[in-house]
Design a protein around this ligand. Structure first.
Ligand code: ITT
Length: 198
């Protein structure tokens, strides 16, 4: 089965291709020659995932899904949350000169300085638009924010997120291990179960 994943993020595409296995052919936006940044200007993950999926569905009239993911830190009242991608460019401090992932991590570690309760979770919402109807799937992984960055696998906040039950950050894990326990894996497994039942 062919599925479109409405993302420009090649790391996400790789993760989800591995999760879907051989029964699915996954096309990303670069395969469709969509190079513009799809709008995601809402205040919840649910609305952003939905907005991205409908944008592509309306443009191509082909079934597709999109995800939106946020890192929710308890001590920061759920921040950066839906603003995770732009965190280092909004509010204070800002690090406009740094590459986004590095700036985001720098800001997060600064905001968390001196805070001992470091609980956090990654939350992914997938919106699937199938033949003109939308379905949503959520995946959460709980963990904590490390005191410093470690590892260079994965992407985004992976170097500072340590999932519950593990001593290493996502960025120190093989993709196969991250893919067994991650927020995106949990959401995509629900999507796969749903598709199997169709
Ligand atoms: P698309 O919207 O094109 O899918 P994006 O990179 O903008 O790609 P999101 O809006 O979902 O993706 O991501 C929000 C932020 O969370 C962004 O800074 C990502 O780097 C980060 N993020 C998402 N999934 C992550 C993961 O599995 N591990 C670490 N960071 C992640």
């Amino acid at each position: 089965m062919e599925l479109i994943f409405a993302t420009n993020n090649r790391h996400k595409l790789k993760e989800i291709s591995a999760l879907l296995g051989d029964n699915y052919t996954l096309l990303g936006l670069s395969d469709l020659d969509v190079s513009e940044k799809i709008p995601e200007d809402h205040e919840t993950l649910e609305e952003n995932a939905s907005q991205k999926a409908w944008y592509i569905y309306n443009k191509f009239k082909r079934s597709c899904f999109a995800d939106d993911t946020g890192l929710e830190v308890t001590a920061l009242n759920g921040a950066p949350g839906v603003y995770s991608a732009r965190y280092s460019r909004i509010g204070h401090p800002v690090f406009p000169e740094m590459e986004p992932a590095a700036g985001n991590i720098r800001k997060l570690l600064l905001e968390m300085e001196g805070i001992s309760g470091r609980a956090a979770q990654f939350r992914t919402v997938i919106a699937l638009v199938l033949n003109g109807t939308e379905y949503q799937f959520e995946g959460v992984v709980k963990g904590e924010i490390a005191l410093s960055s470690s590892g260079n696998m994965g992407f985004g906040y992976d170097p500072v997120f340590r999932p519950e039950g593990y001593n290493e950050t996502f960025a120190l894990m093989d993709l196969s291990l991250k893919n067994r326990i991650s927020h995106r894996a949990r959401a995509i497994n629900k999507l796969i179960e749903f598709l199997k039942g169709m």
